[in-house]
Design a protein around this ligand. Sequence first.
Ligand code: ASP
Length: 286
Amino acid sequence: AGGVPADGADLHTAGCLEAARAAAAILRGGGSALDAAQRAVFVLEDLPVFNAGTGACLNAEGLVELDAALMEGAGLRAGAVCALPPFSHPIAIARAALEDGRHVLYAGDGAARFARDHGFEPSSSEAMTTAPARARWEASRAVRDLDPSTGFPGGTVGAVVRDAHGTVAAATSTGGLMNKRVGRVGDSPLLGAGTYADDEGGACSATGAGESIMRVALAKTAVDALRAGTRPEDAARAAIHTLGTRVGGTGGLILVDRDGRLGFARNTTAMTWAALGATLGETSGI
Ligand code: ASP
C-alpha cells in the first residue's frame, strides 16, 4: 500500500499477476497453500519495482535490512526473519525457519547465521539496491516522518492462498520503511500484525505504516472477524477502519477466508493486487 507512481502502475500490476500465476501453477501441480504463498512472494522479491528482496528500501545507513514471514493455517505453523542482512529471498529463509520448527522468528546477525547454516548464500546491499531505490532513499533523507499514503512509495509484497484441502497460508516480505533506523523491525514479520493464517478463519497479509499496524494487530484482527463469520470484504474494511480510527494508521490488507472468498481494503491512494481462482478467473487492480 502506498502511492504507486503513475509510470509504475503497469509494472506493479504485471508483477502481481505474474506472482498469482506462479502460485496457481504450484497449486495445480499439487502444492500446498503454503508452497503457493511462498512462491508468489519469491517471484515478487525478484522484481525490482517492489520493496522486497531486490529493490528493497534502504535503512538510515543506506543498507538493505529485510523482514519476512510465512504462516500456515493448519496447525498455525510459522517462520519469520527480521532485520535480516542482505539475502535475495527472505521468504525462503522464513520457510526454512518454519520447517526447522524450533523457533519462529530470527533477528539480525542470528537470522543471517541461521540462513547460512541452512544453505542460503548471503547477497550484498550493492547487489540488491536498484537505482530507483537509491534515489528514493536520498530523497527521503530530507523527510523525518514518512507517510505511506503520500511520500512513501510502498511496495511491500504479500500473498494469501487457500488450497483445495481448505488450508490457508499467508506470506509477507519487505524492506520496511525507507531510511528507517538500523534495527527497526516492522509489522510484516510479526505474527498477527502483518501476517496471519488460521484455518478456522482465513489468511491475511498487511502493508502500510508498520508502527500503526502492529499496535492494532491488524492481520489477527481481520482473521478473527473471519472466524466470527464476517464476509472477507467486510472484515477487510472493518480492520482498516480500526487502523485508521484507533491509531491514525495508513495501510492495506489482502484476505482469503477458509471458503476461498477474497477481501481487500486500503486507506492509502493505491495498493496493487491480483487474484486468481477456479471460479474467479484472473483479475487485478490498484
Ligand atoms: N509495512 C511495512 C513496514 O512497516 C512497510 C510497507 O508495507 O510498505 O515495514
